[in-house]
Design a protein around this ligand. Structure first.
Ligand code: DUC
Ligand code: ZN
Length: 561
């Protein structure tokens, strides 16, 4: 068989099961070719001993913003993809953004290719953000994107003046995406509600970061979600609603999936599973918060109780994202419940960072206001959080941490972890058969974790003192170019020990721990290849032309569709 590499003594996890411990994974020419208890070794076969640890498919982070014009202090490809790798990701899907002035999509794609080319540590692809879906674009360009460029997904915004599409434009895009087989992502928030509330908050001098959460209430998300589902139903087009945070919005998705069998997919992110809007009101950072990992807690995050940072009334700007962090534990719980009852199809990071201490970053409103002698406002704070490197360790911990104080309601199973962070995003975005699973024929993109602590509570308590398996997240251990992480101080019980991209070891945390920051990165910029993707799969509901929506006669749509 002439194997290049064998990962021995693995406990392999797939989206459906945890395989019997002790298996070996045989790798040749970057692909998995065999899984067995014993594989033939020759003189050139390299061996990595997983020591019984869980081995999961490399993470597929299908929602990351790198080198975007509206985030000049955010991660570009080098730092963003490096951070992805060190957090266990081997594929990332980022955005190529059409500006309203861009008449053609092809120069846009070329521009974004040139931003990424030769710089990525991990494999990557692009979703197109459509802001001007002209007849030409709908007529030919999208089809060519699928057939010639391997770009098979678009993202549509229902909010943000620079990006927002009206319902008619969305309908036209949906109809065309169904025809050409593109996956449609939707950012669902009602723009006019947000605009009206923001204007009135500012008129009332409510300008601090904490008012960001009031400006984008849950009803703005739930109304737009319901509308997006209606548009999808009318046009019989599958959609994926990104970064869902609201219980009512999630209930709309669940009802559509379960009662009407519609192909409505839902994405969430770790920040909507762990962080509350009270963080927008903090006046010190880092925040002292024992609320992570699903412990129920009485006290929240308050400036006075805050960490060792200096007093700063703008500190909460670090947590400005859209949709905003929600107010209540019950909101977090509804997201967890939606993860576990199957409503959520994908958990991405929505890594969309901006530095804090930078005049072009989260503090920009303060700097500008000082120059113009005006008042800084929450509405000028760039939206988005970093999270590409912390997504997998946090969620893997939710699946494996033996700490009995973690609420069972805030856990997920290991197969569910694999399904939502790797297998499903690969399937949804046209990477089936290549990425997102551990099986013969797939790319050998693998994460080998540290051997888990025993599940016997006494033994677990003893081994929790081992630094390898009890890790406190700190920004200075991350590899992005951002000066904070919202997960500072969170305890996780594991971290990707080895990460392999197409059969080559690219991250070795043992070396990082021994030799210091950056030493564990064995990969280099340009290792990551652009992925020409196929058409995405529909994972929930019925695909293709379903029955007419309620109230229409059978076949009625054929008069206009
Ligand atoms: N919200 C978005 O819509 N995009 C990026 C970041 C964010 O918070
Ligand atoms: Zn985003």
């Amino acid at each position: 068989m002439d194997l290049d590499l064998i990962i021995k003594n693995a406990t392999i996890v797939t989206a459906t099961e945890i395989l019997q411990p002790g298996l070996s994974i045989g790798i040749k020419s970057g692909q998995i070719v065999a899984i067995a208890f014993s594989l033939p070794v020759d003189a050139d076969t390299q061996i990595i001993d997983a020591e019984g640890a869980y081995v999961t498919p490399g993470g597929v982070d299908s929602h990351v913003h790198l080198h975007q014009d509206n985030a000049p202090t955010g991660d570009k490809w080098l730092s963003g993809s490096r951070s992805a790798l060190c957090g266990g990701n081997t594929t990332i899907l980022a955005f190529a953004t059409q500006k309203r002035t861009d008449e053609s999509l092809f120069p846009v794609l070329e521009d974004y290719h040139s931003r990424a080319s030769g710089r990525s540590f991990v494999d990557y692809g692009f979703h197109l953000i459509l802001t001007r879906p002209s007849p030409e674009i709908l007529g030919r360009a999208l089809k060519r994107m699928v057939e010639e460029e391997g770009v098979t997904s678009v993202k549509l915004y229902m909010t943000y003046p620079a990006f927002r599409l009206g319902d008619k434009e969305m309908l036209e895009v949906l109809m065309r995406c169904r025809e050409v087989g593109m996956t449609v992502m939707v950012h669902a928030e009602n723009a006019d509600m947000i605009d009206m509330i923001t204007t009135r908050l500012l008129q009332n001098s409510h300008t601090l970061p904490k008012f960001h959460a009031l400006a984008r209430p849950q009803i703005a998300e739930s109304e737009a979600t319901h509308r997006a589902i209606s548009l999808s139903t009318l046009t019989s087009t599958p959609i994926l609603i990104v970064h869902m945070s609201s219980p009512i919005a999630l209930s709309h998705a669940r009802k559509a999936q379960s009662k009407s069998m519609l192909p409505i997919h839902a994405e969430t992110c770790p920040h909507y599973m762990y962080l509350l809007s009270e963080r927008l009101a903090v006046t010190r950072f880092p925040v002292v918060d024992d609320a992570n990992r699903g412990h129920s807690h009485e006290h929240g995050v308050h400036g006075e109780e805050g960490g060792d940072g200096a007093e700063d009334e703008w500190a909460g700007a670090r947590h400005v994202c859209a949709p905003p962090l929600r107010h209540a534990e019950a909101d977090l719980q509804s997201v967890w419940d939606s993860v576990n009852n199957g409503t959520i199809t994908v958990i991405s990071s929505d890594h969309a960072p901006t530095q804090y201490n930078n005049p072009q970053g989260k503090r920009k409103p303060l700097v500008e206001a000082q120059k113009n002698n005006s008042t800084p406002t929450f509405a000028q704070i760039p939206n988005g959080l970093p999270g590409i490197e912390t997504r997998l360790p946090i969620l893997f911990s939710a699946a494996t941490d033996p700490d009995p104080s973690i609420s069972p309601a805030r856990r997920l199973t290991l197969p569910k972890f694999v399904e939502l962070t790797s297998t499903n995003p690969a399937k949804m975005y046209g990477l089936s058969g290549k990425k997102g699973s551990i099986a013969p024929g797939y790319d050998a993109d693998l994460v080998i974790w540290y051997p888990s602590p025993p599940h016997d509570p006494a033994a677990a308590a003893a081994s929790l003192s081992d630094d390898k398996i009890k890790i406190k997240i700190a920004n200075d251990m991350l590899h992005h170019s951002i000066d904070y992480t919202p997960f500072e101080g969170f305890q996780v019980c594991n971290w990707p020990r080895y990460v392999l991209l197409r059969g080559e070891l690219k991250w070795n945390r043992d070396i990082e721990v021994r030799q210091g920051p950056g030493a564990g990165i064995l990969g280099k910029p340009g290792d990551g290849k652009f992925l020409r993707r196929g058409k995405g799969e529909v994972l929930v509901g019925r695909s293709g032309m379903g029955r007419e929506p309620a109230g229409m006669r059978d076949g009625e749509r054929s008069a206009w569709m």
